[in-house]
Design a protein around this ligand. Sequence first.
Ligand code: PMV
Length: 312
Amino acid sequence: ADAAGDIGYGKIILLGEHSVVYGRHAIAAPIPLHIRAEVKPQPEHTDLMIPRWGVEMRLSEPERSVSSLHASITLIAERLDLADRGMRIDVFPHIPRANGLGASAALAVAVIRAMARCFEVDISEREISNLAFDCEKIAHGTPSGIDNTLATFGRPILFRKENALARAEIRDLSTPAPIPVVIGLSGVATLTMQTVGSVRAAWEKNPARYESIFSQIDALALAGADALKKGDIAELGELMNIDHGLLNALQVSSREIEELVEIARQNGALGAKLTGGGGGGAMIAIAEPERTQPIASAMRSAGYNTFITEIR
Ligand code: PMV
């Protein structure tokens, strides 16, 4: 949090998306992109303004079309015991929406922090994460809890959910030197609820077959935690490449993501994979520092938006 507002972090999943929904380990790290929120008291009505997304909503009035955004903000106000207070909520997103970068969780965390600060509600970091998790359920159905956890704590973690989020295993990960990451955006919205749903349907039809894929991904995530600790980016890259193959086995990639992965590898990436829900959305590549620019420019030449960041 800073004086100018309250922040929720965006994230990338390095290893373990989808299998994390089934109780396996995943590694996630924050990205420098975030969502900021400001709340000011005002008489009577509650308004939500997100100019960058073209959102202007009066929350205290019944809605014509049901939106998960409306439902999330209403839930936050209720849980903080502020349902009868009027306020103006301004949200400034610096994370592209529907790209698998955790924008919805980051928004929930930023609004929770800003509302709590404005009305002097005492709330712990754990409670912020749990409330953001309940907001994620509205948007995503059966989230694992990794997005809200990252959005709240904003540091690299090894994550495994328990049946109750309160008992999730969250281990801090540190790495001896920053690891350069190129993020490629496919330009196609990811609907995490849809890909999570298609994986669930496949799993229901053949649980044994899919459980074994999830367990293989689990082993990659655990090996990845060791690789991160040692700063072994060649090993981490190989684990990411294998994970991407298994995500293909789950059929959650897309033509654009495959093209981006191919471009990254041709230009010297040590590892490249989709990140987040898939079906569109974003991919990540790790590389030696001097390779990140060539990878990013090759992606741009092919018509994709990219940015360079690092895990630290
Ligand atoms: O697409 P995102 O940023 O919501 O990432 C989702 C990660 C999944 O493992 C696919 C779902 C989850 O809830 O963990």
